[in-house]
Design a protein around this ligand. Structure first.
Ligand code: FMN
Length: 219
């Protein structure tokens, strides 16, 4: 059965990122995949980024997957065995969240082949995507802020495992109640409108993305 793994790099288990990931899961499930969601900020998960142990580079050692023993290792093992991998993260200060960056380091570094960069160590083909959510209002500002370099570069590295794509959800609804916070830059009425229109469209895009990835992994 097709295995689809979803990685939530937001601390909010029902925030914008999680909602889009769950919709992508619906799509993948309906396309016939077995789906699983991991919340990287779950308090039971204790891990860091790459520890520079070089176990993945040792002559005759286990290649293609990080074997540093901590709570992320079994998740990374599942990720390299998955047919479909969808990562999600809010934009945090211009970058994917620290938790997702750490995951990506540990997912991607074992694929780097120090003996021949042109031959990455890929155990199996994975069709992947990254879903980003942010306050940034649109694609034009996304470009002005250099986000294609800061955000997309990290996501595109998943392309080493197989086809990959990025879905951005802009101008997301951040606070349950805007009146409670010092956030005069944001117009709560506008944000609610975006949530009810544009974000709903993004949910549909996420659903289709989940379906598409499962189909793609059989092509
Ligand atoms: C620590 C922090 C930093 C943020 N930095 C940015 C930023 O640099 N650019 C941006 O567009 N949004 C930024 N945001 C807004 C979030 O990316 C946005 O609200 C996102 O949709 C939250 O995702 P979530 O609902 O899944 O937690 C930031 C939010 C937080 C909490």
């Amino acid at each position: 059965m097709t295995k689809a793994l979803f990685i939530n790099g937001s601390p909010r288990k029902n925030g914008n990122t999680a909602q889009l990931l769950k919709r992508a899961m619906d799509g993948a499930r309906e396309a016939g995949a077995e789906v699983e969601l991991v919340n990287l900020y779950d308090r039971s998960l204790n891990y860091k980024g790459c520890m520079s142990c070089f176990a993945c580079k040792i002559k005759g050692g286990k290649k293609g997957v990080c074997s540093f023993k901590d709570d992320l290792q079994p998740i990374l093992q599942k990720a390299v065995e998955a047919d479909v991998l969808v990562c999600g993260s809010p934009n945090y200060c211009g970058y994917p969240s620290a938790a997702l960056r750490a995951f990506m380091e540990r997912m991607e570094f074992p694929a780097v082949n120090y003996s021949d960069y042109s031959k990455p160590v890929v155990l199996k083909r994975i069709c992947s995507a990254t879903i980003y959510t942010m306050n940034c209002p649109n694609e034009e500002v996304y470009r002005q802020m250099n986000y294609p370099i800061l955000m997309d570069t990290a996501a595109q590295q998943l392309g080493v495992f197989g086809p990959t794509e990025i879905l951005c959800s802009f101008d997301t609804y951040q606070f349950p109640n805007y009146d409670r916070y010092d956030a005069a830059t944001f117009d709560a009425t506008h944000k609610a409108e975006v949530r009810d229109t544009q974000f709903s469209n993004d949910m549909e895009k996420a659903y289709k993305l989940g379906k598409r990835l499962v189909k793609r992994c059989h092509e």
